[in-house]
Design a protein around this ligand. Sequence first.
Ligand SMILES: [Zn+2]
Length: 105
Amino acid sequence: MTRDKTKKGEDEYIAREEAEKTKRLKEQLKEQQSQQQREQTKAQCYMKCPKCGADLNEVTFRGIKIDRCLNCDGVWLDEGELEKLAGDEDSSTIGNIIGIITGKS
Ligand SMILES: [Zn+2]
């Protein structure tokens, strides 16, 4: 191999390495921005009604803390709270509805 061909091969190798490095940095930046957007959205929406945007108030019902909207009176449940509220009573009806809603039936 001549000296020129060797030099050309090295240049191509370096260019490919630089392109890969740039691609990785862009992907990292994109992921960081995406994570920042998720955190920003979470901060803006935390304890806000998903229906009307008003503040939610935590109330205790049957020993379970649920989120109730101060404006539209909507009630919002965290994961597992619906099952706790339903308990073991009338499992044929409520249990079936929960199964349909959660996709666990
Ligand atoms: Zn509301």
